[in-house]
Design a protein around this ligand. Structure first.
Ligand code: NAD
Length: 477
């Protein structure tokens, strides 16, 4: 399979004529070729978007909404094909890929329903004046996404941007570009005017940086690493353009002694192993109140032992990690944890099953005990199915350990005490808190980080504030 850029409604060969290979992580074999974009391709895409902007901005909101609904319908109609491509490049079990296509469809559906509801306000200045605000699109918005949930994250950035009248140039991860390209094609087939959504593929340092630097790009929504966010922020600071930064995490999942362990233990397992641990909001620090520490560790060991690892096409519970670099990084953290003196209650090394040692990027679900909060394994994001259990003595200590990292994306709380749930939720430094169900929420619930986990919010009505700029108009009557 060879994929070109999607510019102005058609697949377009890269100006430099070069292509990159994407890899099937279950076999470490070539999956597809994607165009290697550079500043010339980005410029062509931005120009196509800019040309399409006036018509899209001025379209009746209900017309934009109708098109977004149709994109959602077509995403679902193409679910099998999209899920297969997602699994091919990302590695996740087919069932999870299908769920991600469904979520992408829900983003289009949710924002389609809001096109007429998101509006400004009137401001009372007394009888002699009429003052009101308008929410206006920026124009060309760059949407840069990572490889862990490609179509889901593409939908998360593109749908709200389009709903409020922006035009988009998306730059998916070089490791997983195909489903974002397919999404753009489906969108045009569903009635989206050509040029409103463009996709340029390629590396971050080449295509990504060119997108952020382009003088006509007025806002960038970025999801990815802190490292890249810093580089992007420097360019954005120079250009004075707004960013939304959705970055990493090392999120606490706090289990109090009064929790329903029948829900908390499988919940903590899912929070740790979902998508082979490649989730920004992974529950990778499991904080457990002293009296139930042994019970929770024993329960988690049992759950983790049941995790079935294999190629995504076999639709087991966990696939490989997506990239060779990520495969290496997980192994590096096995070593770091060993050197720091943590005990691997489960995993801690590559899987012993010979079927999982044949070239694919398979890793073992891993749980460490004997971990102190200051260890690297307890503080740094692994982005793999690697968790630590840390005991705590009371609420005060739980909150202190939970907040004592540089990140602040999400947090989980398990307790039957509602007053405590609210009290602790209020004190946690995290953009989203889940109580008695980790990952609770959906496309409707605003998402984003405190501290190194970023700023701005995606999802929910809140995201629309970040894809619009406010104008205030005041008339002397
Ligand atoms: P990455 O930062 O390497 O890449 C993300 C995207 O940015 C890719 O498209 C890449 O090509 C591009 N990019 C890289 N350098 C760039 C640059 N200098 N200029 C412009 N674009 C550039 O991240 P990754 O390894 O793909 O993803 C893993 C990270 O993403 C983890 O830290 C994870 O926690 C985070 N993440 C966050 C969320 C969230 O919503 N908060 C969701 C998923 C992943």
């Amino acid at each position: 399979m060879r994929y070109e850029h999607f510019i102005g409604g058609t697949f377009t060969v890269p100006a430099g004529g070069c292509y990159l290979d994407s890899i099937n992580p279950a076999r470490n074999e070539k999956a597809a070729e994607i165009a290697r974009g550079d500043a010339r391709d980005v410029d062509a895409a931005v120009r196509a978007a800019k040309t399409a902007f006036p018509e899209w901005r001025d379209a009746k909101p209900i017309v934009r909404g109708r098109i977004l609904f149709e994109i959602a319908r077509r995403l679902r109609a193409n679910m099998d094909k999209l899920a297969r491509l997602e699994t091919l490049e990302n590695g996740k079990p087919l069932g999870q890929s299908r769920a991600d296509v469904e979520i992408a469809a829900q983003y289009f559906e949710f924002y389609a329903g809001l096109v007429n509801l998101f509006k400004g306000e009137t401001i009372d200045l007394g009888g002699d004046y009429h003052s009101y605000t308008r929410r206006e699109p920026f124009g060309v918005v760059g949407v840069i996404t990572p490889w862990n949930a490609p179509i889901n994250q593409a939908g998360r950035g593109i749908a709200p941007a389009l709903a409020v009248g922006n035009v988009v140039v998306a730059k998916p991860s070089e490791f997983t570009s195909t489903t974002t390209l397919e999404l753009a094609k489906i969108a045009v087939e569903g009635g989206l005017p050509k040029g409103v959504l463009n996709v340029v593929t390629g590396t971050g340092s080449e295509a990504g940086a060119a997108l952020v630097s382009h003088p006509e790009v007025r806002k960038v929504a970025f999801t990815g690493s802190v490292r890249a966010a810093r580089e992007i922020s420097k360019i954005a600071a120079d250009r004075i353009i707004p960013l939304t930064l959705e970055l990493g995490g090392k999120s606490p999942n706090i289990i109090f002694a009064d929790a329903d362990l029948g829900a908390a233990i499988p919940g903590a397992h899912r929070a740790l192993c979902f998508n082979a641990g490649q989730v920004c909001s992974l529950g990778s620090r499991i904080l457990v109140e002293h009296p139930i520490h042994e019970t929770v560790v024993a329960g988690l060991k049992e759950e983790l032992a049941k995790t079935r690892v294999g190629p995504g096409t076999e639709n087991l519970s966990m696939g490989p990690v997506t990239t060779a670099a990520q495969y290496q990084k997980v192994q590096d953290y096995y070593r770091i944890a060993r050197e720091e003196g943590a005990s691997a209650a489960v995993g801690g090394d590559l899987p012993s099953d010979p079927k999982l040692r044949g070239g694919g990027f398979f890793v073992s679900p891993t749980l460490y005990t004997n971990v102190r909060p200051e260890m690297r394994i307890a503080r740094e994001e692994v982005f793999g199915p690697v968790g630590v259990v840390i005991p705590f003595k009371d609420e005060e200590e739980a909150v202190r350990i939970a907040n004592d990292v540089e990140y602040g994306l999400v947090a989980g709380i398990w307790t039957r005490d509602l007053a405590r749930a609210h009290r602790v939720a209020a004190r946690l430094e995290a953009g989203q808190v889940f109580i008695n169900e980790y990952f609770a929420g959906g496309v409707e619930t605003p998402f984003g980080g405190y501290k190194l986990s970023g700023y701005g919010r995606e999802k929910g009505i809140e995201a629309l504030h970040h894809y619009t700029q406010l104008k205030c108009v005041t008339i002397k009557l």
